[in-house]
Design a protein around this ligand. Structure first.
Ligand code: PHE
Length: 339
């Protein structure tokens, strides 16, 4: 006569041999070996057996458990292999894949990266300052008279507390000199804000690349050489460049720079791209006064500064007809600059 445990084991083994999938296999495991499983129940029953019976039944119980556990494992492996093979059977590796959508840099960012790269080659470091400024950094320290029209509320965005959105990045000239003594050689790209009537070439927010170089013996020749190199690298070696006398309160002499190149869509037309000049001694003096030292003694140090219109440069470079396109987020426009 076989022991009931052996019957249970055989029943379990034949059920395992017949299960169609992993869930069914799990059900079999629970039915026999689970906490209330019929084989497990013999573990409880052991306590009630006599001394003589215990080792005999114990041995059968262990054998039954081991046999069923091994069979469960084996069957589980087979079922998993089969379901993986089934999944792969549906996979057609010859079908074209689904491409992920790649982003691209905004044309202004591309323009900025190129500009930074060129100025790095000439030894300029990056500097920055806040968009929200005080009047001193934006005007007074830059030798701008109290009644200068740029300060007018019609031109400048003022906050109620007297602060303002900087109308140019020249504020960073002052912040850089306040923070460190000469020599200084930095560019400061960033946003500027003016209450301009918005049209194809004017936006209330636009972007500039400010430059400042202060050292001993810096001359107009250095200013010209630096900007001519930059503009010819950007627009091509046959670009014509013109320095036109101009007025800025914080530089003397001052110039506006125009470029013209047959290679550009603008062709034979001069286009203004920057303001620049030699840093006014009054600016160096005011910075020294604010620092409380004579680090920027104008007898010892000279410098040049420039402000390039970044939107303007990008419009020329990429032949973009309207400054508003930069901020409209129209993918049909932006995708043209994704490469
Ligand atoms: N800040 C001037 C502007 O916005 C440009 C400029 C910068 C001129 C530096 C001279 C020196 O028009």
């Amino acid at each position: 006569m076989t022991h009931p445990l052996e019957d249970l084991r055989d029943a379990a083994l034949s059920e395992i041999a017949a299960v169609p999938n992993e869930q069914a296999l799990d059900a079999v495991r629970i039915r026999y070996l689970g906490r209330n499983g019929s084989i497990s129940a013999w573990g409880e029953r052991m306590k009630t057996l006599s001394k003589e019976e215990k080792p005999v039944v114990g041995k059968s119980l262990n054998q039954a458990r081991a046999a069923v556990t091994a069979a469960l494992e084996e069957a589980g492996k087979k079922l998993r292999a089969a379901s993986e093979a089934g999944a792969l059977a549906d996979l057609d590796l010859s079908l074209p894949g689904t491409a992920g959508e790649l982003g691209a840099l905004h044309p202004l960012t591309q323009m900025l990266d190129r500009a930074i790269g060129l100025f790095y080659r000439m030894g300029f470091a990056l500097a920055e300052g806040p968009d929200l400024e005080d009047e001193w950094h934006c005007f007074d320290a830059l030798n701008t008279a109290p009644d200068h029209p740029a300060r007018n509320e019609a031109d400048t965005f003022y906050l109620h507390d007297g602060r303002l959105l900087r109308t140019h990045t020249s504020t960073v000239q002052i912040r850089t000199m306040e923070a460190a003594p000469p020599p200084i050689r930095v560019i400061a790209p960033g946003a500027a804000f003016r209450r301009d009537e918005v049209d194809a070439t004017h936006s209330a927010q636009f972007h500039q690349i400010e430059g400042l170089y202060v050292d001993s013996g810096v001359s107009v020749a250095d200013l010209k050489g630096t900007l001519e190199f930059f503009l010819r690298e950007l627009f091509g070696s046959d670009t014509a460049i013109r320095f036109r006398p101009h007025y800025f309160p914080f530089t003397e002499p001052s110039f506006e720079i125009d470029v013209k190149s047959k290679a550009l869509k603008s062709g034979e037309k001069w286009i203004e791209v920057a303001g620049c000049g030699m840093v006014h001694p009054a600016v160096l003096e005011e910075v020294s006064r604010a620092r409380g030292d004579d680090a920027y003694d104008p007898e010892k140090w000279t410098g040049f500064a420039f402000g390039l219109g970044m939107d303007r440069l990008a419009m020329i470079l990429f032949d973009i007809p309207d400054i508003r396109l930069f901020a409209q987020n129209d993918l049909r426009f932006l995708r043209q600059f994704a490469s």
